[in-house]
Design a protein around this ligand. Structure first.
Ligand code: NAD
Length: 454
C-alpha cells in the first residue's frame, strides 16, 4: 500500500500546504542503491572529553572523507569540512566521565548540527557504564537521553544513534552500517559492541571483495516467500550468500521463483512442525552460517475475546518454533563457528499493543531468548544471537491495518513515515556480517525511532 502522504509532501505545492497546516514533513530517505551506495559528503570526527579510541583507521574504511575537529576547534564554529556540507558527524564521547566533561557533547555538536546534510547521520560513541563510578555512569547514561532527544528533533531524514564500545576496530562493521544509506530507518538506537573484540577485529580485516562480505556463506531465511523475509533473502544474496528460501508449502511457487532469481534453493516446510530443525539440518549437510528467524503471524483480538487457539498459534510460529529450531541446529552443529542467528522481534514486544497480547508476548519472548542465549551461544558455538525489532514496515501485514490506525503507525516516528522491508533486511545483513562478531545479544529496532515504547 503506497504512502500517498509521503508522495504529496515530495511535491512543492504539497510541501507548502502541509507546512502551512503544521502537518508532519517526512523526507525522502536516502537508501542504498548501486548508483548511490554511500552518503553524499564528508564525515566530521568530533571528540568530547579525553579519548584514547583509535578511530581513524575505522573511519577511513567507511570510504567517506574524514575531517577531524578537536574540542579546541569548536569555538571556530561552522562545519569545517572543506566547505562541503557534512553527511555525518561521529562524536567520540567515550572519555565523558562526569557532568563537566559531558558539556563537551554540547560544545562539539551545537556548532555543527545545523550543517549536517539531509538524510545525514549523527553517531555518538560512548563507553560501557562503570558500575564502580556513579559519576561516569550518570554521564554515560546521559548520552542515551541526549541521543534519543536529538533524534526526535533533528528532522530531514537524519538519524542519531549511540554505540557503546571499548575497541574501535571491533565496531568497524557497525560504524560502516550506521554511516551508510543502509541504516536509513534506524534511529534512536543504543547498540553495545562489547563482545569478543579480538576475534571480531581479525574478522574485520579488509576483504578481497568488500561488496560481498557473505561470499562463501550459506544463509537460511524463514518466511522468505514475501514481505520482509523476501527482502532479507535478496539483501543477503546481494552480499554474496547462498540463500535457502524457507516458507510454508502453500507459498511454494513464490519461494521457488525467488530462490531461482537469487541462485539459491527453496525449502517448503512449516516451522512449527516438530521435526523442522531436523529437516533443515538434513537440507544443509555442509552446515549453515546465517539463520534468520523471520516467519511470523498475527491473530489479533483483545484478551477478553481471544480463544486459546489464537494464542497458541501465534506463540507457536513466532516463539516456540524459533526456540525449537535454534536448539536443534545448535545441538547438531549445523550452525558453524562464526555463525549468526538473527531473530525477529517487534516494537509490539517492547511497547505492547492493544489487541496483541499473544503477538506482544511472542515478540517479547524473542528478546528474552536473545539476551539469554547470546553469551552462551558465542562461548560454546562461536555463534552470535541478535534480534531486529521492526516498527511500522510497509508490507501486507501493515496494509491490512484499518486506515486511521495505519496512518498513525506511519507518522508516529521521528522520520514521519513507515519503513520498507529493505530497511529490516539491511539491518539483518549488518548483524550477519562476519565482521559483526562483537555485536551480540542486541535488540535493534528498525522503527524510525517510533514514539511507541521504550
Ligand atoms: P508477512 O505476513 O508478509 O510474511 C510472513 C511470511 O512468513 C509469509 O511468507 C508466511 O507464509 C511465512 N510463514 C508464516 N507462518 C509460517 C510457518 N509456520 N512456517 C513457515 N513460514 C511461515 O509478514 P512480514 O510483514 O513480512 O513480517 C515478517 C516478520 O517481521 C514477522 O516475524 C513479523 O512479525 C515481523 N514484523 C513485521 C512488522 C511489519 O510492520 N510488517 C513489524 C514488526 C515485526
Amino acid at each position: 500500500m503506497a504512502d500517498r502522504y509521503l508522495s504529496l509532501t515530495g511535491t512543492a505545492p504539497g510541501r507548502f500546504l502541509t507546512r502551512r497546516l503544521g502537518l508532519p514533513q517526512p523526507a525522502a530517505l536516502h537508501r542504498w542503491s548501486p548508483d548511490r551506495p554511500a552518503l553524499d559528503g564528508p564525515v566530521l570526527h568530533l571528540t568530547a572529553g579525553p579519548s584514547s579510541l583509535d578511530l581513524a583507521p575505522v573511519l577511513a574504511r567507511t570510504g567517506l572523507t574524514v575531517t577531524t575537529r578537536r574540542p579546541e576547534d569548536a569555538a571556530a564554529g561552522g562545519p569545517g569540512a572543506g566547505g562541503s556540507r557534512p553527511a555525518a558527524a561521529v562524536l567520540d564521547a567515550t572519555g565523558v566521565r562526569d557532568v563537566d566533561t559531558l558539556a563537551g557533547v554540547h560544545a562539539a555538536l551545537h556548532p555543527v548540527v545545523r550543517s549536517v546534510a539531509p538524510s545525514g547521520r549523527i553517531v555518538v560513541l560512548g563507553a560501557p557504564l562503570d558500575p564502580a563510578d556513579h559519576h561516569q555512569s550518570a554521564a554515560q547514561q546521559a548520552l542515551e537521553g541526549f541521543t534519543r532527544s536529538l533524534g526526535k528533533e533533528i528532522g530531514g531524514g537524519r538519524t542519531v544513534n549511540l554505540v557503546r564500545l571499548t575497541d574501535a576496530g571491533a565496531a568497524g562493521s557497525t560504524l560502516r552500517f550506521l554511516l551508510s544509506p543502509r541504516s536509513a530507518y534506524v534511529s534512536g538506537q543504543v547498540i553495545d559492541v562489547l563482545a569478543a573484540a579480538g576475534s571480531a577485529r581479525q574478522a574485520d580485516a579488509p576483504r578481497a571483495d568488500p561488496g560481498r562480505p557473505l561470499a562463501g556463506r550459506t544463509a537460511l531465511v524463514t518466511g522468505a516467500a514475501r514481505g520482509i523475509g523476501a527482502a532479507v533473502a535478496e539483501t543477503l544474496a546481494r552480499d554474496g550468500a547462498r540463500v535457502v528460501v524457507l516458507d510454508v508449502p502453500q507459498a511454494e511457487q513464490d519461494a521457488r521463483s525467488l530462490a531461482d532469481r537469487l541462485g539459491g534453493t527453496a525449502l517448503t516446510l512449516d516451522v512449527t512442525a516438530a521435526d523442522a530443525g531436523e529437516r533443515i539440518a538434513a537440507e544443509l549437510p555442509d552446515g549453515l552460517d546465517v539463520l534468520v528467524h523471520n516467519a511470523g503471524v498475527t491473530r489479533d483480538r483483545r484478551l477478553v475475546n481471544m480463544p486459546a487457539g489464537r494464542w497458541s498459534s501465534v506463540l507457536d510460529v513466532n516463539l516456540a518454533s524459533v526456540l525449537r529450531t535454534t536448539d536443534a541446529l545448535l545441538a547438531k552443529g549445523t550452525l558453524r563457528p562464526g555463525g549468526r542467528i538473527v531473530a525477529t522481534a517487534s516494537i509490539a514486544g517492547l511497547a505492547g499493543n492493544a489487541g496483541q497480547t499473544n503477538y506482544g508476548a511472542s515478540k517479547a519472548g524473542i528478546v528474552g531468548l536473545v539476551r539469554s542465549l547470546a553469551p552462551r551461544a558465542l562461548a560454546e558455538h562461536g555463534v552470535t544471537v541478535n534480534a531486529v525489532a521492526p516498527g511500522f514496515i510497509e508490507t501486507r501485514m501493515t496494509a491490512a491495518i484499518p486506515l486511521f490506525l495505519r496512518e498513525a503507525g506511519r507518522r508516529m516516528n521521528s522520520l514521519a513515515q513507515g519503513g520498507l522491508p529493505v530497511d529490516v533486511a539491511e539491518t539483518t545483513a549488518w548483524l550477519a556480517d562476519p565482521a559483526s562478531g562483537a555485536v551480540n545479544g542486541q535488540v535493534v529496532r528498525v522503527c524510525g525511532q517510533s514514539l511507541l515504547g521504550a
